[in-house]
Design a protein around this ligand. Structure first.
Ligand code: SF4
Length: 256
């Protein structure tokens, strides 16, 4: 589930990344709302307008790979086992944890998650209709947060699907935010991340849309995290909203 992180940017700023034939293994991440990324598999296929400018597609093509083919990682499937200090881990930043092609590997990935209770796994999907059928025994796990991406009101159904699943944290990623989202259903949601699209063909996000989400979060008592304005140069547009950064994090319902 790509959220606008550019492979080239990351490689330039963060020497802790290892690049191997276009695949990525990350011990740290520049994504504002996490600390590390883990990709037990990579590759995906597009399901909605939010996928239009998926960076994973662009970067894999740059390496001569077909981004629509989902492949198991040869080198980083077990990576979290090697990370001893606790990390917040965005899981499947170059795929979708619930993509059907990964069904045969997911049980093993759940085992990695179970065996590393020191970490917190942030699993973000555009396929919430597949979650219920693919949860591990003993669900909910205290160290897994579940979220859905929603780019416009047509996809509010993803929130309804998510709300059917018990989870320590349920969250939304409104990135790329492609329209106003008045009437966002926030019951059962404890964290909302908002971001504009970045890159050369980015679609604009209006400040009034962001403030509207902020107001709705305040009313619903959901933590509000403003990730970025986006635009052709996200390093220039930054992430200040009304004079400050907004970095609220949720309080998990479950503990170890
Ligand atoms: S679901 Fe995520 S990873 Fe898959 S194509 Fe869409 S944006 Fe890319």
């Amino acid at each position: 589930m790509n959220t606008g992180m550019r492979f080239s940017d990351t490689a330039r700023r963060k020497p802790s990344w290892t690049i191997e034939r276009g695949k990525q293994m990350a011990q740290s991440s520049t994504i504002e709302w996490t600390e590390a990324t883990w990709n037990p598999w990579h590759g995906c296929h597009k399901v909605s307008p939010g996928c239009a400018h998926c960076y994973m597609y662009r970067d894999k093509k740059r390496y001569g790979q077909d981004p629509s083919i989902v492949v198991r990682s040869k080198t980083s499937f077990d990576a979290p086992r090697r990370w001893k200090s606790p990390k917040m881990i965005f899981t499947c930043s170059w795929s979708d944890f619930f993509v059907s092609e990964a069904d045969e590997w997911r049980r093993e990935a759940w085992q990695v998650i179970r065996d590393t209770p020191q970490h917190t796994y942030q699993i973000l999907t555009k396929r919430p209709e597949r979650i219920l059928e693919h949860l591990p025994d003993g669900w909910p796990l205290h160290n897994v947060w579940l979220g859905v991406s929603v780019e416009n009101p047509r996809f509010y159904w993803r929130i309804e699907s998510l709300n059917q699943i018990p989870a320590s944290v349920r969250f939304l990623s409104l990135e790329p935010m492609l329209s106003s989202m008045a009437g966002l259903p926030l019951e059962g949601i404890s964290w909302v991340v908002v971001g504009g699209e970045s890159g050369p063909r980015c679609r604009p996000m209006k400040a009034e849309w962001v403030r509207e989400i902020q107001r709705q979060c305040r009313k619903a008592k959901a933590a509000f995290f403003f990730k970025q304005w986006g635009g052709p140069r996200k390093d220039v547009t930054g992430r200040i909203l009304d004079g400050k950064t907004w970095n609220a994090m949720p309080v998990p319902l479950l503990t170890a």
